[in-house]
Design a protein around this ligand. Structure first.
Ligand code: ADP
Ligand code: MG
Length: 727
């Protein structure tokens, strides 16, 4: 029985015809990007050379060069039918921000001309007073400015020229994700290059790479529009499990429905035009859940591309009458969505630092970097967790589908054994390491292609996967920069310390190899507690992790505290990524955002239960009551009991759920009132977590029970079974 016109509409909806792209992907790839090919075409030779030099060697652009770049960029954009430009930045709220300005200016002769100067390209002052700054900019000094990040190319999105920028306050504090990310990448480059030079003095630069895997759900637009909770909070605040969901495991890698495939093709073509190298697509575990992954790129560019992709997906989905859900946990009882971050370091000499090499020398370098990553992740495990937690991702972590709210590292059998051997060895000699050729050590002879796919632990939040680490705890809606700032900064910090310690040994006359070995061994021993190859979803692991002293905090507002611990402040100061005042300000924003998200959810839930659920439950209850009265009129008293019993039980059941809902909804309002009076953002967020959220679960429980008893035709919201199965 179809309860909604919307359901009827969505069934049998044909795939939208995707217009054939102009040729092969290689023909239109990067069409909307001001890449080197366009630079070469639109800039004169000296401007082109100066710009490329500035990009490659991280130099500032002179005003003169900037003017000529702007002129060329404007011409390209106009040729592409563009009329507006915007600085495109990443505020501390979700997503990206943009303020469009037209190219038009008065020409002084009564008409207009298109103008775009180097000044406008390089710097802009958006009226940014309403972006959260954690108090860094009090409103009377509201000015913040955005400045071009030349390492990420300008691009055209929906006929607007977008210039990737950092966003900082007038006094220089970062108000975004990109600024500290660039600083962290710079820091890891310097620190890793210095360590690489022990092995190869030719190394001049180390680049961090990121390959993200974006998970998402699709929902039919008509049904989405019937769910105020999805529209306003991104997730269903109520809804009983569908009888069939993911238990048959028939969705993962299953064949992609035609409607969905048409959508994927469409948005991938748009992404390719933006130079986003989308490569992999597949169904995920939950019904209606999918994944897209590109080829990995340099971290800053990869992250810009991920943010662009999310925008493109949202836009293209509408053409196909879908909505993309990027929320981490849109549906209860089935998997949520994450965004795995595959992260690695590589040198300008072509060495992947997390890939075992062919020679023992290369493998000493490999294990050096692995040991430093382990130590960094161990020491800052609480901070790494703080970098991925949010009001939305908290529903996913630890729900037996994603790593628990505990950070550990999976190494796999071979690397695990190698680490054990090194730890147990009393000296480098004892491992038979010292031979005539210096480092001909069989212990470091790791086969080059070592990990087959069976040796992959899906339950680990931070897994070694052959030539990279896969940080799996990120939420699907996150800005990857948050985690990438932390991982690159803590590893940079660790490598700096490592270098210092090794140099002390060398200064005392110890050989370089011995010095490195000693320090590597020390780090591996120290970071043993973070190494865990077992089942991260098990209860035993939670207990074991607590014994090992790993951070097991489960409250998001409290996790944020590790951003302002002494060790974190020191680490970010030494790496030059963030100052203490920036950290404090950013935490204010995190707590505030947390509170607001829960506040919105609580309000939406309150509205839905009082305006949708209770009235319908009352209506159905009176149908039953009416029926009982009629039975009483119709039958002799001794028969009434038998005939009306079930209805009467149901009337009572409905009454008790309704009562529980009303009581909890009223109590939740009270809890919110109390929390709202708290002025300290941290305390307020804690209050929302501890005293408001529990009511939401409680209310949901009773609503979901009502969904099971109330007449299907009356139920006012599309059910899970209707939302979750696109044909
Ligand atoms: P899986 O789902 O099996 O983990 P995917 O193919 O979905 O793998 O995604 C793997 C991601 O890791 C891709 O984005 C890929 O480009 C990226 N990747 C591969 N090698 C590296 C590397 N050395 N550094 C960073 N990312 C990498
Ligand atoms: Mg994948």
């Amino acid at each position: 029985m179809l309860r909604f016109k919307a359901v009827e509409e969505t069934l049998g909806r044909e795939p939208v015809e995707v217009p054939e792209p102009m040729g092969r992907p290689s023909d239109y790839y990067g069409l909307y990007v001001f890449n080197r090919e366009k630079m070469f075409k639109y800039l004169n030779k000296s401007t082109y050379d100066a710009l490329v030099d500035a990009i490659d060697n991280q130099k500032a652009l002179s005003r003169e060069v900037a003017d000529s770049v702007a002129a060329g960029m404007k011409q390209w954009a106009i040729d592409m039918g563009v009329t507006h430009y915007t600085h495109w930045f990443q505020p501390l709220t979700d997503g990206t921000a943009e303020k469009h300005d037209g190219f038009i200016e008065y020409d002084g002769k009564g008409g207009v001309v298109e103008e775009f100067s180097g000044k406008l390209l390089i710097q802009q002052e958006p009226d940014a007073s309403s972006f959260p700054s954690g108090g860094i900019r009090s409103t009377f000094e509201a000015r913040g400015y955005s400045a071009w990040d030349i390492s990420s190319p300008a691009f055209i999105l929906n006929k607007t020229l977008c210039i990737p920028t950092i966003f900082i306050s007038y006094t220089g504090e970062s108000l975004d994700y990109k600024t500290p990310l660039l600083k962290a990448l710079n820091s890891v480059n310097n620190a890793a290059t210095a360590v690489c030079q022990y092995f190869d003095p030719n190394v001049k630069r180390v680049t961090a790479y990121l390959g993200w895997e974006q998970e998402y759900f699709l929902v039919d637009e008509a049904l989405y529009n019937c769910r105020a909770d999805l529209m306003l909070t991104g997730r269903t605040l109520m809804g009983h499990e569908s009888a069939k969901n993911q238990q048959l495991e028939d969705h993962y890698f299953g064949s992609i429905p035609l409607r969905v495939e048409a959508f994927m093709r469409d948005f991938e073509i748009e992404c390719h035009k933006l130079g986003i190298p989308c490569k992999t697509r597949h169904n995920e575990v939950a019904p209606n859940q999918f994944e897209v992954a590109p080829i990995y790129e340099e971290v800053n560019l990869a992250n810009d591309h991920n943010l662009q992709l999310m925008t493109v997906m949202n836009n293209v989905a509408r053409r196909h009458r879908f909505r993309v859900l990027l929320h981490e946990k849109p549906f209860k009882g089935i998997n949520g969505s994450g965004k795995h971050n595959n992260w690695s370091l590589g040198t300008d000499t072509g060495v992947q630092l997390f890939a075992p090499g062919k020679t023992p020398q290369a493998n000493l370098q490999f294990i050096t970097f692995v040991a430093n990553v382990m130590a960094a992740v161990y020491r800052y495990n609480a901070l790494l967790k703080a970098s991925i937690i949010s009001a939305t991702n908290q529903h996913r972590l630890g729900a037996n589908e994603a790593p628990p709210a505990i950070i550990s590292i999976f190494l796999g059998k071979q690397i695990g054994e190698l680490v054990d051997k090194i730890i147990k060895s009393p000296s480098r000699e004892a491992l038979n390491l010292a031979t005539k050729s210096g480092l001909d050590l069989h212990v470091f002879q790791v086969p080059e292609l070592l990990l087959d796919n069976t040796d992959r632990n899906r339950t680990s939040p931070f897994a070694f996967t052959g030539n990279r680490f896969e940080f799996r705890a990120l939420g699907s809606s996150a800005n990857c920069a948050s985690a990438m700032i932390v991982i690159n900064a803590v590893v940079a910090h660790q490598l700096m310390e490592f270098k210092k310690n090794v140099d002390v040994h060398i200064a005392k006359g110890v050989s370089k190899e011995d010095a490195i070995f000693t320090e590597v061994q020390k780090l591996l021993i120290e970071s043993q507690p973070i190494h865990f190859d077992g089942n991260g979803y098990s209860d035993e692991w939670r207990e074991e992790a607590a014994r090992r002293g790993l951070d097991c905090e489960t409250s998001a507002p409290l996790m944020y505290d590790s951003y302002i611990s002494d060790a974190t402040v020191d680490m970010f100061a030494k790496t030059g990524v963030m100052t203490q005042s920036e950290l404090i300000a950013r935490n204010e924003v995190k707590w505030e955002l947390y509170t607001k998200k829960i506040q919105i959810e609580a309000r939406v839930l309150g509205d839905l239960v009082l305006n949708h659920i209770i009235p319908v439950a009352t209506r159905y209850q009176s149908v039953l009551i009416d029926n009982v009265f009629k039975i009483k009129n119709l039958f002799p008293a001794d028969k009434v009991e038998a005939i009306a019993r079930q209805d009467m039980d149901e009337i009572e059941e409905i009454a008790s759920h309704m009562q529980a809902i009303k009581q909890n909804a009223a109590a939740m309002v009270e809890a919110r009132k109390v929390a709202n009076r708290i002025t300290c953002e941290r305390e307020k967020a804690i209050a929302y977590h501890d005293t408001v959220e529990p009511y939401m679960e409680e209310i949901r429980y009773h609503v979901d029970k009502l969904e099971l008893v109330i007449d299907n035709e009356m139920w006012p919201l599309p059910k899970y079974r209707e939302l979750l199965f696109i044909k």
